[in-house]
Design a protein around this ligand. Structure first.
Ligand code: OXD
Ligand code: MN
Length: 593
């Protein structure tokens, strides 16, 4: 491969001096090279080839036991001033970060190969897209990046002699959690990740570039990088309405992005088109609307719970050309996980590499899981039966509605709409959700996660909220903003809403509202549906449950408002007056009603 980009060549040479690999291989993006690398990884045991008759093109990988989720506590934004990173990010001075990580990277690739992966987030050549180059000592990373991004020689051609690119350096080093760091240097357009082999920490095009670095770029360049799925809802007339939705990790973005309409709505002939399940890059185009692309070409989804009921499209997508990480390996070299279709296998090798049977119990008497709760599939979007024709359209799709959502057992109603853009930004800024297995932390504890971006915002979130407010002023055809909560429970902990395909009943209301076709009930927190406007045909939901789903308890909300106030206080006087105004107005409305 001919390298015309002098700065790239120099950087690769400098990094290889630091990491000291035995050799350097440039990733071309060819099938032959991929097969060769795969073969090599099979021979070293880094990956296991699955049953090619049943799962053609599929492979299997296990991460280290202490390396199964993103480590937010080891993830830093490295800027000269702490204030630039803000109170929701870990912060380190760039010099200190380079020195600290540099000592771990030093000679970390001795006896290994350094792979150079040129990749484009977004279609090559699109005005939305950004190029990165990842250096890594992991074939697993290379194979994942070949699914998740446009990678290879064609990207180098696009980069030309002096194109801009994000410098991404990764080494597994010794996979020691004490020597693990995920560092972002927004001012240098650089990412350093060391000591991990878990996707969210090491597929540097994903969270690190497409969210943390991209959110920083978006602020200075006038666009938005968001933790959002993108989907299109086609109605009977063939009109497609596109929406984006932000949910914290492992709250059902992948399921929502490819949902199957419930039987009760079949008569309306809806079709769902999946554009993305995790990240949206949004820009204002000449028509004054907000357009979105998904910068990724694959899904890196949570496996447990995926089955023909919860997500039949995902099940179909992952039958071929998929990398399975940390699931149960069956004797016939197929895979299984908790919540999979079919019967539970009698035995297998679990995600830790130990023999497993369904009867095994841990010290507390709880069944030992065959698959890690955050086990993953990496699979090409184009294999998804609902993949939109526009997945790689360089202009993206026009967005009519933006949804925020969290996992809350109480408080937030099934759905409500903001009064306007500014109030919508407020709704995003007060998002909160229970912690899931996608990140280390106390599962189930509620934490504030504005716009589902707390783990992913590359700068001070108070400035991020301002950027949202500023963008709103520039968008002529503003998408309408909503909040949903699929996870409300009754006093016994039973979910009140069936979720999955039935969520389309709520999306239908959102589409109607975004087109201003129907009225809604004004409440202190926003507009909620008239009960008659949620089509419940074929759904066995009691009137009482619907009441509870739409219920707003002023005393609970006043308590929430105090919590929001505390959260805002973290940002000192940086929180914009618009958001303070929205908070005060909420309190006033709650006290008055
Ligand atoms: C993800 C995450 O993997 O948010 O998408 O953790
Ligand atoms: Mn995510």
């Amino acid at each position: 491969m001919q390298i015309k980009h002098k700065e790239l060549e120099k950087w690769v040479s400098e990094m290889s001096k630091l990491c000291n690999p035995d050799k350097i291989i440039w990733i071309e993006g060819s099938k032959a090279q991929k097969e060769k690398l795969q073969y090599e990884a099979i021979s070293t045991g880094e990956i296991i080839i699955l049953n090619q008759k049943i799962l053609p093109g599929c492979i299997y990988h296990r991460t280290a036991l202490n390396d199964v989720a993103r480590t937010e506590n080891l993830t830093y934004i490295c800027t000269p001033e702490r204030e630039d990173a803000g109170p929701t990010n870990n912060w380190m001075k760039p010099e200190e970060a380079y020195t600290k990580a540099g000592s771990i990277f030093k000679n970390s690739m001795v006896g290994r190969t350094m792979y150079v992966i040129p990749f484009s987030m977004g279609p090559i050549g699109s005005p939305f897209s950004k190029i990165g180059v990842e250096l890594t000592d992991s074939i697993y990373v290379v194979l994942n990046m070949l699914i998740m991004t446009n990678a290879g020689e064609k990207v180098l051609n696009e980069l030309g002699e002096n194109g801009e690119f994000t410098k991404c350096l990764h080494s597994k080093a010794d996979l020691n959690i004490e020597r693990r760091l995920i560092l972002h240097f927004p001012q240098d357009n650089t990412i350093w990740s060391v000591g991990s082999g878990y996707g969210g920490n090491v597929l540097l095009g994903k969270k690190c570039l497409s969210l943390r670095i991209a959110s920083y770029m978006g602020r200075s360049e006038g666009w938005m990088a968001e933790h959002m799925l993108i989907l299109g809802i086609e109605d009977k007339s063939g009109e497609i309405t596109y929406i984006t939705a932000a949910f914290p990790s492992a709250c059902g973005k992948t399921n929502l992005a490819m949902l199957i309409p419930p039987d009760g709505l079949k008569r309306k002939s809806y079709k769902i088109w999946t554009v993305g399940d995790d990240i949206a890059w949004m820009r204002i185009r000449k028509d004054g609307s907000l357009w979105a692309i998904n910068p990724e070409t694959g899904f890196f989804g949570v496996v447990p719970g995926t089955n023909s009921k919860t997500n039949p499209n995902a099940v179909k997508t992952i039958q071929s050309n998929t990398i399975y990480t940390n699931v149960l390996l069956k004797e016939d070299k197929t895979v299984w996980w908790e919540g999979a279709d079919g019967t539970m296998p009698e035995s297998g090798i679990d995600w830790t590499g130990k023999p497993w049977t369904p009867y095994l119990k841990d010290n507390d008497g709880k069944p030992i899981k065959g698959a890690n709760p955050n086990s993953r599939f990496t699979t090409p979007i184009k294999q998804c039966p609902t993949a939109s024709k526009l997945v790689d359209d360089p202009n993206g799709v026009p967005i009519s509605a933006i949804i925020f959502g969290g996992r809350r057992a109480s408080l937030a109603p099934l759905v409500y709409q903001s009064f306007n853009w500014q109030h919508g930004v407020f709704l995003g800024s007060i998002m909160a959700s229970e912690i899931t297995a996608a990140q280390y932390g106390a599962q189930g504890v509620v934490r504030r996660d504005p716009m589902a971006m707390v783990p992913f915002c590359g700068y001070n979130m108070a400035d991020y909220f301002k950027h949202w407010l500023e963008m709103g002023k520039k968008i002529k055809n503003q998408p309408k903003i909503f909040h949903v909560n699929w996870f409300k429970t009754d006093d016994s902990g039973r979910f009140l809403w069936p979720g999955y395909g039935d969520n389309l009943r709520v999306l239908e209301w959102i589409v109607e509202r975004s087109k201003e076709k129907i009225d809604a009930v004004k409440t202190p927190i926003g507009c909620i549906p008239y009960k008659k406007d949620i089509d419940l045909t074929g759904l066995d939901l009691s009137g009482n449950d619907l009441d509870r789903l739409l219920e707003i308890k002023n005393d609970e909300w006043l308590k929430e408002a105090r919590d929001i106030k505390d959260f805002y206080t973290k940002f000192g006087d940086k929180i914009s007056v618009e958001l303070q105004f929205e908070l005060n107005s909420l309190i006033e409305r709650l006290l008055k009603s």
